[in-house]
Ligand binder design. Structure first.
Ligand code: GLN
Length: 191
């Protein structure tokens, strides 16, 4: 399978490394020309969501990627990527793609706890989660499945073709999140 990783800002190189390590193909999406060759899944990485949102518009990628997500392209959003997918941001900021029926709180852990690592259950498996100035989910709409909670806060969700995590799976050796994403892509291909 071939996975496109949004590569305008943030931790895209780390995602590409992991995907290749897991034996799949990955490429950078930097401009509209990169969308010419078909691909099976999209990753929206961690970074700074406000910067990524601006660049998505400036580079003319926004509408094209939103259309793909809406038409069922499997997508994994991590940290800032979760914010890009969210329909609502609790501060009232304007959303980006808004394709996932969740409300997120940005920089939700405050300065003290800005970055931390923990182990918690993700889709019934204990995994290591690395959080960096992470959001969490404050509300979920109908059809949104909660995949993980930490400290009673929702930190991973799935809705149809979309998975979002508040933590950074590309920065640990645990590949559970990728395996779930790959399975989502395979299931779609089998239909
Ligand atoms: N705080 C960042 C934002 O709001 C997200 C942090 C991250 O992706 N590590 O965009």
């Amino acid at each position: 399978m071939r996975i496109g990783v949004l590569a305008v800002q943030g931790a895209f190189a780390e995602h590409i490394d992991v995907i290749k390590k897991l034996g799949e193909e990955a490429f950078e999406i930097r401009n509209t020309g990169d969308l010419d060759i078909p691909f099976d899944g999209l990753i929206l990485p961690g970074g700074e969501s406000t910067v990524m949102k601006k660049l998505l518009h400036d580079l003319d990628l926004f509408e094209k990627l939103k259309e793909k997500i809406n038409s069922g392209l499997p997508v994994l959003g991590t940290c800032a990527g979760m914010i890009l997918l969210a329909k609502n941001i609790d501060s009232g900021e304007e959303s980006c793609f808004g394709t996932m029926d969740i409300t997120v709180k940005r920089n939700a852990y405050g300065r003290q706890l800005g970055s931390f690592v923990c182990t918690d259950s993700f889709a019934d498996e204990d995994i290591t989660m690395r959080f960096i100035r992470a959001p969490y989910v404050t509300e979920t709409g109908i059809g949104v499945e909660i995949l993980a909670e930490h400290d009673n806060k929702i930190v991973a969700v799935r809705q149809n073709n979309q998975i979002a995590t508040a933590f950074h799976p590309e920065l640990t050796d645990d590949h559970t999140v990728y395996n779930l994403f790959f399975r989502m892509i395979e299931n779609k291909a089998a239909k």
